[in-house]
Design a protein around this ligand. Sequence first.
Ligand code: GLN
Ligand code: ZN
Length: 762
Amino acid sequence: MGKVLSANLGYPRIGEKREWKKALEQFWAGKITKETFLETVKTLRLSYLKKQKELGLDLIPVGDFSLYDHVLDTAVLFGLIPDRFRTDEKEVSLETYFSIARGSKNAEASEMTKWFNTNYHYIVPEISNDTKPYLTSNRLVELFNEAKEAFGIVAKPVIVGPITVLKLAKGYDQDHFRTLLDALIPLYVQVLSELQAAGAEWVQIDEPILVKEQTEEDLALFQDTYKAIKNGVPSLNILLQTYFEAVDDYEKVVQLPVDGIGLDFVYGKEANLAAIKAFGFPKEKVLAAGVIDGRNIWKTDLSTVLHELKTLLTFTGGNDKLWVTPSSSLLHVPVTVSNETELDPVLLNALSFADEKLKEIVTLANGLNEGEAAIEAALQKNSADLQALQQSAHRNNKEVQKEISRLSDELPARPGSFKLRQQIQADTFKLPPLPTTTIGSFPQTKEVRQARRNWRKGEWSEEQYEQFIKDETAKWIQIQEDIGIDVLVHGEFERNDMVEYFGEKLAGFAFTRFGWVQSYGSRCVKPPLIFGDVSWKEAMTVKESAYAQSLTKSPVKGMLTGPVTIYNWSFVRDDISQADVFNQIALALKNEVRALEEADIRMIQVDEPALREGLPLKEEKKAGYLHDAVYSFRLATSFVNNDTQIHTHMCYSEFDEIIETIDALDTDVISIEAARSHGEIISAFEDFEYKKGIGLGVYDIHSPRIPSVDEMKSYAERALKVLDPKVVWINPDCGLKTRRPEETIPALKNMVEAAQEVRNEL
Ligand code: GLN
Ligand code: ZN
């Protein structure tokens, strides 16, 4: 009885060729008027709706489109805006909206942070204890009407739920949570009633917080909240949507007083599936089954998933109680593969971006409604495409696979203990106390970027470009020597991006032309694809490092990106385990570390700025991830001689959950952020009694400001109260590629002077 429906949870905003980004940036730069801007984004928004309609989806979202961020949209909808942006107007103007996100002349922007464990960043709602939520203007009704008028679509409006919004917000005391929630509920009811009056049949309320640990009290809050909402709009259907993991308390969540529950059967597959088998599923509710990966770019194995959906059907109250959906919004994947013309067909045919995923969803729903025979051709092509990649040489590098299978369980270890290495390295390098260094990159000026473009376009020869890089390196070696920095870097002028640079030189990687995804605001990233077995082909960094070292008597650090960061900032094959991919990358990097050591580069930094962000959402999965991360890092680095110094760098300050991991990496020196967190960070290392080298990021490179000698001194002095001066280094908190030389040089001079003055006090 009834039909299985196909539904989308959210569509990418940025456009096939980043038209959205361009419109935003033109508007911000004052190059187009507000009217033109709003017209342009409306055209885009409508084209996305039209496309989804043409693909044959039964339920199309509205409200997923945003001019910046959907969490900001929700906060603004309910008047949850920071006091410094308040005006007398009830409505929040477009200008204010963008100011909250980006800052204005008079007021600092709101913070942004990562959306769960994705690489998307949302604007953190700022609420104070006496914030009074109110409805600004119901944009969801406008968007709903727009879809209806333009295409006759009865859309499914999407909104972030009140509990997730409040839990992600900051600035209020926990004992005000209930008051704020009680104030929000009637406003949600009002929004939903207006939607219902406009003709909406279903709304999707996203409560991804439900995949995090929930206490009894939290679940009671959910019960009360949705009971109140449902009472307010009894005849509107509510889909409570979760994603990115299995729900924490399946039994309670599926009993919440709503009409449908959306579950992630990709990232939370095992646990959600086990729960449904153990506890069943309420017959009167819709199960929105997130079976298509909303965060990765591979084709779904359709026949396997069709089989899984049939299993799920046995638990629902009928066909009309099952929806086929992506596992999350498709915001996290690029728009379409149809513009990719330069990829190896065997790879191209195995890719599925947003549009192709929606096609898969429609195909699966058809398969369930009309029988497998109706989609036979699609199933066959799908399985042939996936098999072709699986059987291709890319995924069958016997040598790599043999090496991986031979890895022992034991953690790879340096020949000598840290204590021994510390002594040997002190004798080798003879550095002063509190040695100064930088994180790797120096300013990527207009000239540097222009040179790279010239070379890429073939306007410059290989030699010409190489000479340019050499000259730039030589210039900055001289600058570093003049400033008096102790450990130098070559400057990374040859690198566009710290992952792409390596991806382009290793086997197993590919790069799309238009595979962009939104990172934050108008900023998009184009992650590399790790699609095959990864292996090292030739030295990637030796030429540049060795050249820099030839120019100076001071040690020059070699610069590599670590296996975990390369993994976390790429789209990665999902046919082998995360640990296996980490280790494949690590084995490739090991060759590079060896090549550097052989070229007499005696300090080697392996950056892992993305180590922490890969932490799984579920507590019980964290230890496994961290173990695999440590293993791969050590696989790449630990075989070096005791007198080779291994550095790493992480540009953040939250180490509480990972301090043991940091220690287990067994690096000789780690450089971290300290200035932005006002030295807070040091306490984590103090509590842990961290004994190895620590480079303090006393210079916040994220601001054009030039920090004073005294300011930087104060961080160093503070650290020396708790850390052994023998282990402390002084450095900026990240690479300097985004800074201008005019900012960089004086700031580094101050930094060296600060180190000098603190040294004199020792
Ligand atoms: N070595 C890199 C650089 O200096 C590190 C960048 C990072 O941590 N994000 O640019
Ligand atoms: Zn950094």
